[in-house]
Every structure is written in C-alpha cells, then in structure tokens.
Design a protein around this ligand. Sequence first.
Ligand code: IMP
Length: 430
Amino acid sequence: MACTCVVGLQWGDEAKGKIVDLLTQSHDYVVRYNGGANAGHTVVKNGKTYKLSLLPTGILCDHMKAVIANGVVVNPVKFFDEIKSLQEAGIPIGPHNLFLSNHAHLIFPYHIEEETLGEEGSGKAIGTTGRGIGPCYQDKVGRTSGIRVGELLEPKYLRERLRTIVPRKNIIFKALKPDAKQFDADALCDEYLVFAEKMKPYITNTTHLLHRVLAEGKNILFEAAQGSLLDVDHGTYPFVTSSNSSTTGIWSGSGVPARNLNRILGVVKAYTTRVGRGPFPTELDDGPQGIGERIRKTGNEYGTVTGRPRRCGWFDAVAVRHTAMLGGVDELTLMLLDVLSVVDELKICVAYEVDGRRTTEFPGDAFLLEQCKPVYETMPGWKTDLTGVRQMADLPAAARAYVARISELVGKPVSIVSVGPDRVQTIAVS
Ligand code: IMP
C-alpha cells in the first residue's frame, strides 16, 4: 500500500498537476482534501490542455477514482461545470469514478457576496479569488450557518436551515452596504434541491470509503490545492487561504491518518510566484522591461482561476526550507527550470536580514515577513533552451549547479526536474 502526497511548497501554482499526472499510473485513488474552486490546476495530456479547479486532476487518468473529501468546500455549479467540460472532452466521469464527501461544506451565492463585501469594505483586502472560499470556511467553523453536502439529501431540513441562515446574512449584508445583494431562502433551496438530485449518486462518506480502500491495499494519492505558504495556520497569515493547504490538512481534510503517508513530494518552481496581496521578500518588482516581467511572459504566469498576472521573484530557499520541514517532505520536484533560460544571472535568497540581524527562520506572520530583506547568493545563468533536455547529464553545468544548490539549501533531494508542461519534458534525477 502506498499513500503519497503532492504538495506545493510556495504560494501555489507550482505545477502540481503535472506531478500528479506522472504519479497516477502507480495509484488507484486521488484525493482532494482542501480548498475548493479557488485552485487552478493545469495539466497537458496528449497535447490537450485541461484546467481544473475543484475536481482532482488525477481524474484525467482512466483507471483513477477521484475523491473530493470532507475538507473541501464545494460550489455545485463548478462541480457540474467541470464534470460537463471533461465529459465533452471525452473523459468518462460519473458516480463510478468520482466520490463527493457528505461532510464537505457547500458554497452558496451569499458566500461570494460576503467575500466581496469583506474585500471591499474591510480596508484589509487579501486579494482573494472571489469564489466564496473564506466565508464558507468561516461558516463551517462558526457551525451555526454551515451547510454540508449531505444535508442536500434532506429537503425539509435544508429549507429550515436556509430560512434561518439567509435572513441573518441579508441583515448583515445590508448593514455593511445598503445596496448589497439580498437572497431568498426558498429560491436558493429550490435551486440547490435541483443540484441535490444530480449530486446524490456522487455523495458518500468518503472517510469510510478511504479506510475501506486502504484496507484493500489500494494506493492513494493526495492532491493538495494552493501552496503551503498559503496554509491558514502555517502560511503568511493573514494573506493566506482559509484551509490547511500544507500536508497538515490531510488528516482533518480526509480522515486518513497522517501516519499512513509514506511518500511526500514537495513541488516548487525554480523561481517564486504569488497571486493576491501579501509580503513577498524576493519579488522582482522591476518594471515592464525587468526580469520579473520576462519571467512572467516566458512562464505564462497568469492566474488559471482569475487571469490575474502573478507576481514573480527569485527562489526563496528560506521559505521553501520552512515549508519542506513543515510538510515532512521527502523529495523536491523542481518545476519550470526552462523558464529561467531568459535570465543572465540568477539569485537565490539564502537568508533574511531583519534590523541588521541575519536569520534563516521563516516568520509565520505577514507583518514580520514584511520587515525581512532577502540576502542573495548569485549564480550564473545558462541562456540555453532546456525544453528538449531529458537527462541531468545533458543540462548545462550552470543549470545542474542551480538545482544542486537549491537541494542543498532546502535540505532535501531533488527527484524530478521539469523543463516544460508536457509529460515527456521531465528529467528523473537518479
Ligand atoms: P482565497 O483562497 O480565494 O480565499 O484567496 C486567498 C489567497 O490565496 C489569495 O491571495 C489568492 O490569490 C490565493 N490563492 C487561492 N487559491 C490559489 C491557488 O490555487 N493558487 C495560487 N494562489 C491561490
């Protein structure tokens, strides 16, 4: 039995989807345990590009069964949109290979309005994806207003809940902004009961399911969404997402004990990106002709979900060392190395300087990280196209040295180097 996790070690968008795709052959089940349709996962398969937000990317593989576990927040509209778009692309998806937890929480349209009001009116915008993720998790932990997928199957109960919750939301929204959207509990209930009928065959207790398949000796692949620096407990709070996006979320978000994991792959880009607000010590904010823009253009660094340009910067070994340690990572997969071919000279952040003092400890608070100045080490670039390279020995010496230095600074071996989006553009490091 193998239980593997693929987790991002930066601020998301590390190209985890490609690594999941490479691992699907050796696994039977793929599990999403956190987040919702805020994730943007792109996989290129047989020359076709697939973009998924809510469904695990592993579902693109024929033999895989996919699980959306209890830690996920589910927008039914997105759930069915993604199923439909994959079915139209000829990928057979249905209740035979997709299981939705009865304990996952439901996103309603009022969560999206709540998020807009929070982002606009608080003076402390996070720069969220606008998918209602935060407010849904707020209702989950607040308990009185959270509604779980399983409640869709109890129409009378669902209506009662919505008739209590929605008027209270309306009052708050109006108080925050006189022309805020207002919602009708019965109309929402009717709309969600239509989803319920279609969703019913997919809904199950996925914790029980996963323990059954573990007992049968099946191999499970956990697919984390977002990156560990966005983890609500261990990331750059408050500029984080609202779930445990590091491996710490697996146990609570799926019901599978962490001790079952026997392989954890930490996915990192060869540089760093971030979408949304929050401190980013190694950001290259150097204008339209600068290196940051060159990396953005070459790496196509625009958000999959929102289309926002991603902020780009140098590799931050302090941050990744922290998240690799936090996640219990066994090995690193280094993505998008080919993008750095456009840079003459590379920098890696090896420490921070705070008030004239040097540190290699990553602070888990945005206000502290804001005070950190990166200390860089400079390495020569290679200025050669890497997209056709398939073996470590064929990489330019400067690229090999860069990979080795990252491994050394993070304190983990690099097992895979990726030099392009396609499956074949992958170098196994022996
Ligand atoms: P939320 O998850 O929509 O609440 O957004 C919170 C923060 O996480 C914002 O900075 C988003 O840009 C960021 N974020 C959420 N999902 C992703 C993702 O999949 N990739 C990268 N950043 C993300």
